[in-house]
Each structure stands twice: as structure tokens, then as C-alpha cells.
Ligand binder design. Structure first.
Ligand code: NAP
Ligand code: ZN
Length: 348
């Protein structure tokens, strides 16, 4: 099926209109007319080959919301016309221990990312192409239901920014009375604030941007601390049960580690292309931990969407159009968006 989108043909080329074929829906497939797709900083890292793993053409997009246009004969989960979502991956082995436990994101045989993975449709000769497009075809297992009360454009970023922060916050047991800090108030960071606050935690934003202080409070944070300046974090020593680090570039994590309570966890979700330096001392003194976390599995993603439906949580977005994707990339890198760009995919 002829599909229209925007792709980068090389690491230094801007994204430009790109037409390609998607498979016709098979028995277990859902054909989705895409309405909205969020712009995640990972899309930018990937399109610019900052992680050194991109094969071109690269057509990003993994925060996808749309309507079901067609279903294969065996599809039971969704119906034509229904509003649905697709996140960061569209296939996995279904047989390994992680898949069997609903953690397809940690598939031990390699999951298929929504974009940038070898495409099984072409026996791996081409890469999967993502949600910066007018339609997508996905196995029903990887299609999610969207609560009807949520604004669909604001719900798009839940599929990556939402689940990437929801999953580790739940994993470390954040609940009423927990103290959480969020480093970096961008797409992931603002969702971490909203979600941690919805679990009843007391939330502090750690940011390099003084202009974000008023927003932090509106998003549900109780405190805002500017990270620029010498020893800015020293007054926060031994304070937090968890810190969610969403920073997209090289930065100091050692002074943040000192802000954790004994046994506290620094949750690293930001994926800096440059290696971060880790001092053993703040870990040893305080038995503190550093963990990473990658999006979330399908059952937990549905749980997160339902939680957001119940609490009326969506992302704060700025709508953009396909012809302005490159401008949106540049503004995201500068931190000039409150707090996620979402593409109107009806305009492809
Ligand atoms: P974003 O919207 O650009 O936000 C990143 C924030 O980090 C910025 O708003 C800024 O916040 C802070 N920041 C950026 N550059 C900085 C620097 N040089 N020094 C200090 N702070 C800086 O990005 P995002 O979409 O939230 O993604 C954040 C990171 O998470 C990216 O690396 C992305 O690839 C990664 N990611 C990981 C997963 C996963 O599964 N683990 C999923 C999605 C994304 P302040 O202005 O408030 O300081
Ligand atoms: Zn993402």
C-alpha cells in the first residue's frame, strides 16, 4: 500500500517527503490511519545517527495515535473505526522469558523497533519505517487501546515519553510519600513529573533552565532547583528515593547520586550518545543504585494508558506539520518546546 511520510536519507540531510510501500494487512494485522505522531528526542538521535546504529533511509516516529482503517480476519483486539495507539516496537519473538512475562521490550531474541529495525516483510533487506507517515500496519498484539476521554494528540507522547517514565517509577515502587527528582524538563521529564505526582510522590525538578520554574509547578512539581552553578545540588543530599534522569546529552551524574537517600535509585532513561562518568563513591557510601530502563512492555503500556485515562493525564504539546519537522527537531534540541511536538499526520 502506497504510504506517504517524511524520512532522512543521510545523517546530515534534513527530513524530506518520502513515499514507500507498506504490506497489505495479513490475518493478524491492523491497518491504522495515523492522526498524530509525537517527536521524541530519540527520533533526532536516530535520524542524525548520533548512536551510530542508523541505516538510511530513516523514517522515525514511535508515538503513534490513529484510527483503525482495516483489520485482518483473525483480529480480535480492535475494531474498524476505533482509536488506537502504537509505541516503540511492533514485533518480538513471543517465546523468550521476557516476552512470556509481557516484557516484549526486553525480548531476548531482539524485538522489532517501530522504526530502524530489520524489516521482516523484506527479510531484513530494508529497515522498518515509523510513524512520521499517514498509515501503518501492525500485528494486533502491539496495538493499544486509547481511553476515549483523552485528547488524542496529547495522548500520542504517552506511547514513549509516558511509558518510559511510568515503567521505572512503578518498578522502584514510587508511591504516596515517596520523594522523586526529575532531571531535565523536556518530553520525558514533564511526563515523569505528572506521573510521579499522580502516584502521590513529592516531586522536585532539577533543570538547567530558569524559565521552566513556573511550568514545573503547573505540571505538579513541589520544588524546582536550578542545576547550573557550583555545588547547586549540595543542599539536596540524601533526599530522594528515586531520581529520573532524562537528560539527552553528556552531563554529571555523580553529584545527583549524592542526592539519593540510602538505597535510593538513579533511573537513567536519557540516552546520551557520549559515555557518562560514574564515580564509585556516591554508590558505595549509601548503597545507592543506578538502573537503566527501556520503554515498557505491552501489558504495562496498556496499564499506563488506562492510568492516564483515569487521572486525565496527557502531554503538554505544540502541534506541528510535516513540512516543519526539521524546525521542530532544531527547537527540541534547544529545549524550545513546551513540552513535546506532535505532528498532524493527516497533512502527509
Ligand atoms: P527532550 O525533550 O529534548 O528533553 C531533554 C531535556 O534534557 C531538556 O529539555 C533539558 O532539560 C535537558 N538537557 C538537554 N541537553 C542538556 C545538556 N547538555 N545538559 C543538561 N541538560 C540537558 O528529550 P526527550 O524526548 O525527553 O528524551 C530525553 C532522552 O531520553 C533522549 O536521550 C532520548 O533518546 C532518551 N529516551 C530514552 C528512552 C528509553 O527507553 N530509555 C525512551 C525515549 C527517549 P532542562 O532544560 O530542564 O535542563
Ligand atoms: Zn521515544
Amino acid at each position: 500500500m502506497l504510504t506517504k511520510g517524511y524520512a532522512a536519507l543521510s545523517a546530515d540531510a534534513p527530513l524530506a517527503p518520502y513515499q514507500f510501500e507498506r504490506r497489505a494487512p495479513g490475518r493478524r494485522d491492523v491497518q491504522i490511519t495515523i492522526e498524530f505522531c509525537g517527536i521524541c528526542h530519540s527520533d533526532i538521535h536516530f535520524a542524525r545517527n548520533e548512536w551510530g546504529m542508523t541505516t538510511f533511509p530513516c523514517l522515525p516516529g514511535h508515538e503513534i495515535i490513529g484510527r483503525v482503517a482495516k483489520v485482518g480476519d483473525d483480529v480480535k483486539k480492535v475494531k474498524v473505526g476505533q482509536r488506537v495507539a502504537v509505541g516503540c516496537f511492533i514485533d518480538s519473538c513471543h517465546t523468550c522469558a521476557s516476552c512470556k512475562e509481557g516484557h516484549e521490550n526486553y525480548c531476548e531474541n531482539g524485538f522489532t523497533m517501530t522504526y530502524g529495525s530489520p524489516d521482516k516483510d523484506t527479510a531484513g533487506k530494508t529497515q522498518t519505517l515509523g510513524g512520521y507517515a499517514n498509515q501503518i500496519v501492525v500485528d494486533e498484539h502491539f496495538v493499544l487501546n486509547v481511553p476515549a476521554n483523552l485528547d488524542p494528540a496529547g495522548a500520542a507522547p504517552l506511547l514513549c515519553a509516558g511509558i518510559t517514565t511510568y515503567s521505572p517509577l512503578r518498578h522502584v515502587g514510587v508511591r504516596k510519600g515517596s520523594r522523586v527528582a526529575v532531571m531535565g524538563l523536556g518530553g520525558l521529564g514533564h511526563m515523569a513529573v505528572k506521573l510521579a505526582a499522580s502516584f502521590g510522590a513529592e516531586v522536585t525538578v532539577l533543570s538547567r533552565s530558569p524559565g521552566k520554574k513556573a511550568d514545573a509547578q503547573k505540571l505538579g512539581a513541589h520544588d524546582f532547583v536550578l542545576t547550573s552553578g557550583d555545588n547547586a545540588l549540595a543542599p539536596l543530599a540524601n533526599r530522594y528515593d528515586a531520581i529520573v534522569d532524562t537528560i539527552s546529552a553528556k552531563h554529571d551524574i555523580n553529584s545527583a547520586l549524592g542526592c539519593l537517600k540510602r538505597d535510593g535509585t538513579l533511573i537513567l532513561v536519557g540516552a546520551s550518545p557520549q559515555t557518562l562518568d560514574l564515580s564509585p563513591f556516591p554508590l558505595i557510601f549509601g548503597r545507592r543504585k543506578v538502573m537503566g530502563s527501556l520503554v515498557g512492555g505491552i501489558p504495562e503500556t496498556q496499564e499506563m494508558l488506562d492510568h492516564c485515562g483515569k487521572h486525565g493525564i496527557t502531554s503538554d504539546i505544540e502541534m506541528t506539520t510535516p513540512d516543519k519537522i526539521n524546525e521542530a527537531f532544531a527547537r527540541t534540541v534547544k529545549g524550545d518546546v513546551k513540552y513535546r511536538f506532535v505532528i498532524d499526520c493527516t497533512k502527509f
